[in-house]
Design a protein around this ligand. Structure first.
Ligand code: AMP
Length: 125
């Protein structure tokens, strides 16, 4: 078993600059950009720059510096979009889909940050 990373996935291509993106934040180890098909007024994807397939892959193999950078980047995006709780925002949801049961479409770790409206139940069913 183990993690097989496909370096032709669309987020790898974004990181290489082969495909444009609507960047909202870039840090040393992370990139945040707007989802191309937003499902809420705020819908931002945050990805590590490293080649990780899923959250569990990242948690297992990323350096402490990458993990700290990524975690902070997610918080910074929430603050930047004024949905964070620290400055009186209305809140948000962070989702990371993985694998077949998670219906992951792009095999490069990403969290979705969703906000700007009441988001409804956590799962459709
Ligand atoms: P997931 O099902 O969690 O893998 O979600 C993949 C997400 O990537 C979807 O919400 C897509 O709308 C989004 N997406 C796919 N291609 C792009 C792109 N080129 N730029 C921004 N978002 C994208």
């Amino acid at each position: 078993m183990g993690y097989a990373y496909d370096d032709q996935n669309i987020f790898a291509r974004i990181l290489r600059g082969e495909i444009p993106n609507d960047t909202v934040l870039e840090t040393e180890a992370s990139l945040a950009f707007r989802d191309i098909a937003p499902q809420a007024p705020v819908h931002i994807l945050v990805i590590p720059k490293g080649a990780y397939v899923s959250y569990d892959h990242f948690a297992a193999d990323a350096s402490d510096a990458e993990i700290a950078d990524y975690t902070r980047a997610i918080g910074l995006v929430c603050r930047q979009e004024e949905i964070d709780l620290g400055t009186g925002g209305d809140g948000y949801r962070v989702i990371s889909n993985a694998g077949a049961y998670g219906l992951q479409e792009v095999p490069h770790l990403h969290v979705h940050i969703l906000g700007g409206r009441t988001l409804g139940p956590m799962l459709a069913r």
